[in-house]
Design a protein around this ligand. Structure first.
Ligand code: ADE
Length: 226
């Protein structure tokens, strides 16, 4: 998979791309991630990427031209098709099923919106999809892009060491994850459920399934309705 990210704050991404699992996935060759400074696609000496909105109003709007040039330049470098995604609060809300679908794409180009808005023509003519990470407004699309990248990369085959860690995690089959415990078995008066130290794997699996269901019903009943 290849992911290209267009942003006016490309340095923000090192926090996620140069650490932990996403870094390891890149080192293993499972994903190639490139960040692009939107200002590199401007033609004026001030490297201007925004302007005032037509019709008046407060704030500045990210302009369509540099974004268009960035997308074109990236598409030229990519062999094959690329899906262009605009991160914005109006987009389709990201969930595990959507992350899984996007993780099957060969090439993604992520556009991070900013300021008070982005020229509507980016949405109309450049973006194939709009993605939101939740019903709240961030100062820009960068954090949303990082969330998206993290959620996708961990789903790529061979990225997580243990295949089972994907099978039983939260949201698989619309259920939350069951409770987990580790050593020591005895700590203060905070007991570990006996079944987990029983060694009976049939019972353990049944207990875990039931706990997943109970938790989901208690904490996220909306998931069961889906
Ligand atoms: N940009 C600002 N807020 C956002 C959100 N909630 N999701 C995606 N991009 C955003």
């Amino acid at each position: 998979m290849r992911i290209d990210i267009i942003s006016i704050f490309p340095k923000m991404f090192s926090a996620v791309l140069d650490e932990s699992m996403v870094k390891r996935a890149q080192l293993k060759g499972k994903v190639k991630i490139f960040t692009h400074d939107l200002r590199d696609y401007t033609l004026d000496k001030h490297r201007k990427v925004d302007d005032r909105p037509f019709g008046g109003g407060s704030g500045m709007v990210l302009q369509v031209e540099p974004i268009f040039r960035a997308v074109q330049a990236i598409k030229k470098k990519i062999k094959g098709k690329a899906k262009v995604i605009l991160l914005c609060p109006q987009g389709k809300r990201l969930n595990q099923a959507y992350a899984k679908k996007l993780s099957g794409c060969r090439n993604l180009i992520l556009i991070c919106g900013h300021y008070e808005g982005i020229d509507e023509r980016v949405r109309q003519y450049l973006a194939d999809e709009e993605v939101s990470i939740g019903d709240y407004v961030l100062t820009g699309g960068e954090l949303a892009a990082m969330v998206l990248v993290d959620s996708l990369v961990r789903l790529l085959p061979g990225v997580l060491g243990d295949k089972n860690s994907l099978n039983f995690e939260s949201f698989e089959g619309n259920l939350l994850e069951y409770p987990q415990y580790s050593r020591p078995a005895k700590f203060k008066n905070w007991p570990v459920p006996e079944v987990l130290v029983s060694g009976d794997h049939r019972k353990i699996n049944a207990w875990r399934k039931l706990q997943s269901f109970k938790r989901t019903r208690l904490k996220r009943p909306d998931l069961l309705k889906q």
